[in-house]
Design a protein around this ligand. Structure first.
Ligand SMILES: [Ca+2]
Ligand SMILES: [Ca+2]
Length: 356
């Protein structure tokens, strides 16, 4: 065979491969999915949130913590200010955020907060906030103790480890221990793009304690959210590009067994778990098409999904809210308290609505 023929065949094979990959990728990001609007009553923007609240979580007493203004080179950014943690009392008739005051030897100027988790110590009732932080694009976990009287976060320590290389979300299970998801395997920018392009399911969950750090689960295509059941026996991981919530049973802290996967039909990000009912509340991206295009006239939409009875034979998956981006762009988290639903986004606003 002549060189030209070999070259032609090689190009043809490459074209077929790329074509197949593009079709697969379109399926993964739900490229063709259209969304019907599904609104809730009495929705209002949370005043003061203009550059995202990527993750939100709520204390038992109705005090919400909002991780705001995360920055990433691939995302739009509506502010040059560093990230902040705000609190919001959902029992208050006036919905008003308050910035927490960070105390101690902590670099606030490079604060770039992403996933968060609260942990209350049974021994003394102390509340700890764990925050995934990306100063200068790195990945590390900050632990703070929360002082409610002063609305202050006392900085305790920073945790860095080679296994915590692309941390997205976190769930605290002790005053110094947690599970965290990595949303990529590679840290190099180009190789990060190769991962979804080749559908490499190489994202993992890492367990961290001062004594042990290890990968405890893997096989995720994009692990963007993690949380735990109220009885602390099961972990839930959002596998965004597989459109699934993966349920893992905690046999021992470092031994997890795969229980099941629940289809959600959307690109779900962070997971909040209702303490009483055990329901999962998911902030999801309805499709990835608008993320690819980044057209200001056709922005990414928002979707909130609830899963009831996830451990039963027939979990009930319900769409609670949907918007095409005209009200709220790129929802990443949703959490409910006292009949209110609070929706946060990656880089835009936050919305609070009445649940029907
Ligand atoms: Ca979280
Ligand atoms: Ca996330």
């Amino acid at each position: 065979m002549g060189k030209l023929a070999v070259l032609s065949l090689s190009f043809a094979a490459l074209a077929v491969l790329i074509g197949e990959r593009v079709i697969t990728l379109r399926h993964l990001i739900l490229y063709h999915r259209e969304l019907s609007q599904n609104y809730l009553p009495n929705c209002h923007y949370v005043e003061g949130i203009e550059c995202g609240a990527e993750d939100i979580t709520i204390l038992e007493n109705g005090l919400a913590f909002l991780s705001t203004c995360v920055k990433h080179p691939d995302l739009p950014s509506y502010s040059d200010d560093p990230g902040k943690i705000y609190t919001l009392n959902l029992l208050d008739s006036k919905i008003k955020i308050k910035a927490t005051n960070i105390k101690g030897d902590f670099d606030k100027d490079s604060f770039n907060p992403h996933g968060i988790s609260l942990y209350t110590d049974d021994k003394d009732g102390a509340v700890y906030l764990f925050v995934v932080n990306h100063p200068q694009g790195k990945s590390q976990v900050e632990i703070f103790r929360y002082d409610e009287d002063e609305n202050a976060l006392q900085y305790i320590k920073t945790i860095k480890h080679e296994l915590l290389h692309n941390v997205n979300d976190i769930v605290a299970v002790g005053t110094e221990s947690f599970y965290a998801t990595n949303d990529h395997y590679f840290t190099n920018g180009i190789l990060k793009l190769v991962e979804p392009f080749l559908s490499l399911p190489w994202c993992d969950v890492v367990y961290y304690s001062p004594q042990t750090v290890q990968v405890v689960a893997g096989g995720f295509l994009l692990a963007n959210g993690i949380n735990i059941s109220p009885d602390r026996r099961h972990l839930y991981v959002a596998d965004l590009l597989k459109h699934k919530i993966v349920v893992l049973e905690i046999q021992k802290t470092t031994v997890l067994s795969h229980v099941k996967e629940v289809d959600v039909g959307s690109l779900c990000d962070n997971i909040e778990v209702d303490r009483e009912s055990g329901e999962l509340w998911l902030g999801c991206h309805p499709n990835g098409r608008n993320w690819l295009h980044q057209d200001p006239n056709d922005p990414p939409g928002s979707e909130v999904i609830r899963i009831e009875n996830i451990l039963s034979e027939k979990p009930k998956v319900t769409q609670v809210y949907a918007d095409d981006g005209s009200v709220i762009i790129a929802s990443s988290v949703a959490t409910q308290y006292g009949g209110k639903l609070l929706i946060g986004t990656v880089y835009q606003k936050a919305l609070i609505c009445d649940l029907k």
